[in-house]
Design a protein around this ligand. Structure first.
Ligand code: NAD
Length: 379
């Protein structure tokens, strides 16, 4: 099989790597910079602390109208704002929500139409113009958005994406320092999101030797540090391992894809407003259990790396415990999702053909319903 590997043009990683931002700007020589971030990051002083030096040499506009799990309307509003703003560089600072919007702000205004026209499920247009350069600075260790060509938006009932090479970061700066302030529950949810990226990429039918190497290292880093990062956000070693782990998991899934967990998680985000990481976390044990017969060798290898023996517990228990241990809910019931909603969740999940196609075990409508039912009931 011939495999293609795609990466952002340049990445900086490691504690303190944000200092490279200034050098990059000196090379790119922008005149007017748009910073896409969110209100929380302004309030906690992160924008001031890390980006205020830019005001000395550049014209800078900070845009904060960023919802968590941004809706299509939120994305369209930003694109409208950007179109006539004369910006020649976009910096995204935030979790996946701000980074995804930054990608759209950099690219869509340089093309005809709006975000809707380029959606994967329903869009009719192809992007023709690259847009302006973008620099992405993740502040959560989770989505891997800084290294993928994907921007996710929430729709009624489900989520959809714009994907294109043009959405890839010119520069990704993955500095664990920026994640120290992430609260416990968001650390847990985003961390399980990153783990899910690594595991689904490893089990994907599109996996290859290179993506396996990225995914396995990511599982190792996340498995050995997530709990510590949740328990003590100031733990520099744990935050650094999580930062590398989510970066590598992002590269793994960008190149091999994610599958069933994500396909079933999208409707939970849209219909019940669960944060992306939590939607993945509450489904991960049940999807792993359901597909295990089609990928048991690889799944056993993942459990070994996570320090859990499959011979002593089954896959369901192993992943359930992992989610429970970081303090996240483990059933749909706990989120107050009614059993009656399982049919409409199934109807929306089945639309995610792009994701379901990579599952090692084909997932049809009845399989999806059964997984939601398992996740409703719990262990
Ligand atoms: P998020 O960006 O929605 O942020 C969650 C919350 O954490 C927000 O309130 C934010 O203000 C806060 N936060 C972020 N960094 C912080 C920090 N350092 N200190 C304190 N608070 C902080 O969450 P996320 O999970 O990173 O991103 C979710 C979005 O990313 C979803 O829309 C999801 O669909 C998308 N996503 C994109 C990709 C991709 O490849 N593009 C992959 C997976 C998920």
């Amino acid at each position: 099989m011939i495999a293609t590997l795609r990466f952002p043009k340049r990445s900086y990683t490691g504690w303190g790597s944000i200092e490279k931002l200034i050098n990059e700007l000196q090379e790119l020589k922008p005149e007017k910079i748009l910073i896409v971030t969110d209100e929380t990051l302004v309030k906690i002083g992160m924008v001031d602390r890390f980006l205020s030096p830019l005001n000395e040499n550049y014209q800078v506009r900070v845009y904060t109208d960023v919802e968590p799990e941004p809706s299509l309307a939120c994305a369209e509003k930003l694109v409208d704002f950007t179109r006539n703003g004369g910006f020649d560089l976009v910096i995204g600072l935030g979790g996946g929500s701000a980074l995804d919007l930054a990608k759209l702000a950099a690219v869509i205004p340089k093309n005809d139409g709006n975000v809707t026209d380029y959606l994967n499920l329903t869009g009719k247009r192809q992007l023709k113009n690259q847009g302006v350069p973008k620099i992405l600075l993740p502040t959560t260790s989770g989505t891997g958005s800084e290294v993928t060509d994907i921007a996710v938006v929430s729709l009624e009932g489900t989520k959809d994406v714009v994907t294109h090479d043009f959405l890839l970061a010119d520069i990704a700066i993955v500095d664990p320092q920026l994640t120290v302030s992430v609260p416990k529950r968001i650390t847990a949810a985003t961390g399980i999101d990153a783990l899910t990226h690594a595991v689904e990429a490893y089990l994907s039918i599109n996996a290859n030797e290179a993506t396996d190497a990225l995914a396995i290292k990511a599982v190792e880093l996340i498995g050995s540090s997530l709990k510590q990062a949740v328990e003590n956000g100031e733990n520099q070693e744990a935050r650094t391992a999580m930062s590398y782990g989510s970066y590598l998991a992002g590269l793994a899934f960008f190149n091999a894809g994610v599958a069933g967990v994500h396909a079933l998680a999208y409707p939970l985000g849209s219909q019940f407003k669960l944060p992306h990481g939590e939607s993945n976390a509450v489904l991960l044990p049940y999807v792993m259990d359901y597909i295990s017969s089609s990928c048991s060798e690889k799944l056993t290898a993942v459990c070994d790396i996570l320090g859990m023996k499959w011979s002593e517990q089954d896959y369901l228990e192993i992943f359930y415990k992992l989610v429970e241990d970081v303090g996240l809910p483990t059933t749909l019931k706990e989120y107050g999702i009614p059993e009656a909603a399982l049919s409409s969740l199934t109807e929306d999940a089945i639309k995610q053909k792009r994701l379901l196609a990579r599952s090692p075990k084909p997932l049809h409508k009845e399989d999806i319903y059964q997984i939601y039912q398992m996740a409703y009931n719990g262990l």
